[in-house]
Design a protein around this ligand. Structure first.
Ligand code: SAH
Ligand code: SF4
Length: 355
């Protein structure tokens, strides 16, 4: 028999309140339950000890409270931690935790596979199987927090899991409604409470959706740019034929026009002899100056995968490229590839394997 129970993780606060009020419960009950779920991280209704036994029984009849199943888990030499998670229909995604000295980011997936087909991306070689629900997006973070025993949500800044990057598998703006809902749950102050300023969403540039999501969630924007002009970007990222670099930069201008303190992070993959020359760095600088974009760069060393057609840029090429951007006034850390030995680095995620 099909269960008609509802997954409780992933309901918005309003949805939870509405369902409880239909059940004849007072509004403050929704807040109490919310705190058990997202502040304390309990995995069982019986632990919600300030609710009556009757209410707990009713909740069990109405709702499912489950984490995704951990199918495999690996920790790399540099302490990067990767989980292969399975949802109730058997679909799988990977979630990664990347620790720094005194903090760390959880890298979350938004789709099983991806339809964008970027040529350098391992995830892009899979087709899109399905979107993740808001609950499936949020619960990836909850699994990570379970692992580090960081419940209840820390109230000071000394937390191990301090940041979230939407940079796992999938294109978040192709799953807009669920991503908005998930981001608003993750940043809710009564629960998981990761500040909006510490959440970054990365997109390949689905232009019409960019500003809508940012306005509705307040998170930070990262764009996977990877090229200084449309000729090169077209060959790397098919989506560029629909939304060109100029259209992306106009969307960034619009985002920054609302608040002078907003920066955009541009991710730029360093591909040997494709997009990594000094001239191309200069071309990039003129482009951003023309559009007056306040930006930080993330130069990403290309992580090769079996069958990929590209080679990583040389160390010298990366240094010269970074130099030009820095001289032009753009902060430009070179991202160190993390977790490569367990295939947890950017663009290496796949749902079918974990080797
Ligand atoms: N779909 C979104 C978010 C997920 S991809 C996006 O494209 O932005 C996260 C980042 O990993 C993107 O910047 C992507 O371009 C980068 N990436 C993809 N393949 C990579 C690879 N092989 N090596 C390093 N980074 C890669
Ligand atoms: Fe999809 Fe992002 Fe990979 Fe492109 S880089 S295929 S948009 S996950």
């Amino acid at each position: 028999m099909m269960s008609d129970k509802i997954e409780i993780i992933g309901l918005s606060k309003k949805e939870l309140e509405d369902i409880l009020s239909q059940m004849g419960e007072k509004k403050f009950r929704a807040k109490q339950i919310w705190q058990w779920l997202y502040f304390r991280g309990v995995q069982n209704f019986d632990e919600m000890t300030n609710l009556s036994k009757d209410l707990r029984a009713t909740l069990k009849n109405h709702f499912i409270l489950n984490r995704p199943k951990i199918i495999a888990e690996q920790i790399s030499k540099d302490k990067t931690h990767k989980w292969l998670l399975e949802f109730s229909d058997g679909e799988r995604v990977e979630t990664v935790y990347i620790p720094e000295a005194d903090r760390g980011a959880v890298c979350i997936s938004t789709q099983v596979g991806c339809a964008m087909g970027c040529k350098f991306c391992h995830t892009g070689t899979q087709t899109l199987t399905r979107n993740l629900t808001a609950g499936e997006i949020v619960s990836q973070f909850m699994v990570a927090r379970d692992s580090y025993h960081e419940w209840p949500s820390p109230t000071d800044e000394t937390r191990y899991l301090s940041n979230i990057v939407i940079m796992g598998m999938g294109e978040p703006l192709q799953n807009k409604e669920n991503v908005i809902k998930a981001l608003n749950i993750l940043s809710d102050g009564d629960g998981i409470a990761i500040s909006r300023r510490r959440i970054t969403m990365s997109t390949c540039g689905i232009v019409p959706e960019i500003n809508d999501v940012l306005e509705k969630t307040g998170v930070r924007l990262a764009i996977s740019l990877h090229a200084p002009n449309n000729t090169i970007r077209n060959t790397l990222m098919p989506i560029n034929k629909v939304y060109s670099i100029e259209k992306i930069l106009e969307a960034c201008q619009k985002y920054q026009s609302k608040d002078g303190s907003r920066y955009v992070t541009f991710e730029y993959l360093m591909l040997d002899k494709i997009n990594d020359s000094v001239q191309q760095a200069q071309e990039l600088v003129s482009l951003l100056k023309k559009y007056k974009i306040r930006a930080t760069f993330n130069l990403i060393p290309f992580n090769p995968w079996e069958g990929s057609a590209f080679k990583p840029s040389t160390h010298e090429a990366i240094k010269s490229f970074a130099n030009i951007l820095q001289k032009a006034g753009f902060a430009c850390p070179v991202r160190v590839a993390r977790g490569q030995d367990i295939s947890a680095a950017c663009g290496q995620l796949k749902s079918k394997t974990i080797s």
